[in-house]
Write a protein of this length. Sequence first.
Length: 70
Amino acid sequence: MKSKDKETLRNHSPEELRAELLAAREKLFRLKFKHEVSPVKNPLELRTLRRHAARLETWIRAKASAAKKS
């Protein structure tokens, strides 16, 4: 993920981040299923999606804790 993309996602609201997280998890689920049935062309995409979902979760938690402190 490019730093420009990270900055735009970091500036999203928690609701938008949750929607993006849901989409990433669904895409990861479908890709894992495809990979179990037959090998996918780019298996590194699994790692990329998993890390993207983790990054989104981190940003959601950071925004939630910042809201509690305020």
